[in-house]
Write a protein that binds this ligand. Structure first.
Ligand code: AMP
Length: 282
């Protein structure tokens, strides 16, 4: 496994790989790697070609200084995990390699980024688009993999690449959950044992919405209200929900009646930590 901290060196090394006729499969991450990231690395390997990961905690996509400061950064362990997963190349730049002129964001955010997360986290997707654009400049991958866990992010990047006419295939990969159904996230490790229990309300809400839909209910508002009433009020009080919405998977527009494109998305706070999750409904 090769490790580079320099954008220029990464670009040169990976151009040589491309010139040799291999395709490059890229997995951008912010580190604190878990099974969700590992699943993306494995998918990259399964696709053949040359697998590339980046590890960079991007300051411009955080809305709260505190969240950025507390974001875990176990770089040595992360590099061991990349080795274990046989990642071919890791790009782990310092901040000034990505932001040589200061922490500006300069890439237009596709319209889909103005909804949902865009409403609750102003500036978040401007940071995401800027960092992914700059990582793409350095890595210039054939394919880039994104987790469905951050479903809106996947759509935003898909649209950004389309708008820029870049020949990069953007592929989404399934969400990996722990044995209790909680979607893995680097932020989960900041939850106390009691907070973890509270966080399980998130997958419970998604599961009960799916069950209600599978039993035949088609009205989105009823699916939402019934799934909330299914969990106890004590559980509901533990979560501060930013949104719980049923939308069209392709454009995130709210749906009145669900069809097989329907997806339910949630963002909620537990112990001051903001967690997001989503799933198909039927
Ligand atoms: P992050 O390090 O949180 O920025 O995530 C890096 C990539 O891993 C993104 O494409 C995420 O969507 C993806 N990812 C994060 N958590 C999971 C998970 N539980 N299952 C699948 N992919 C994930």
């Amino acid at each position: 496994m090769q490790l580079s901290r320099s954008a220029k060196e990464t670009h040169q090394a990976l151009e040589a790989i491309r010139q040799s006729g291999k395709r490059t499969v890229f997995v951008p991450t912010m580190g604190a790697l878990h099974e969700g990231h590992r699943s993306l690395f494995r998918k990259a390997k399964d696709m053949g070609g040359f697998s590339v990961a980046s590890i960079f905690v991007n300051p411009t996509q955080f809305n709260q200084e505190e969240d950025f400061k507390k974001y875990p950064r176990p770089l040595e362990i992360d590099l061991t995990i990349c080795e274990e997963e046989k990642v071919d190349f890791v790009f782990a730049p310092p901040e000034n390699e990505i932001y040589p002129d200061g922490l500006e964001t300069d890439i237009p955010v596709p319209n889909i980024g103005l909804l949902m997360e865009g409403e609750f986290r102003p500036g978040h997707f401007a940071g995401v688009c800027t960092v992914v654009h700059r990582l793409f400049e350095a890595v210039n991958p054939t394919i880039a993999l994104f987790g469905e866990k951050d479903y809106q992010q996947y759509l935003v990047i898909r649209d950004m690449v389309k708008k820029q006419n870049r020949p990069i295939s953007i592929i989404s990969c399934p969400t990996i959950r722990d044995r209790n159904g909680l979607a893995l996230s680097s932020r989960n490790r900041r939850l106390s044992p009691a907070g973890y229990e509270k966080a399980l309300t998130i997958p419970r809400l998604l599961r009960s919405a799916q069950q209600i839909a599978q039993e035949g209910e088609r009205e989105a508002s009823k699916i939402i209200s019934q799934s909330i009433s299914k969990i106890s009020s004590a559980e509901a009080d533990q979560l501060k929900i930013d949104y719980l919405k049923i939308v069209d998977s392709n454009n995130l527009e709210p749906l009145k009646k669900i069809d097989n494109q329907a997806r339910i998305l949630i963002a909620a706070w537990v112990e001051g930590i903001r967690l997001i999750d989503n799933d198909r409904l039927i």
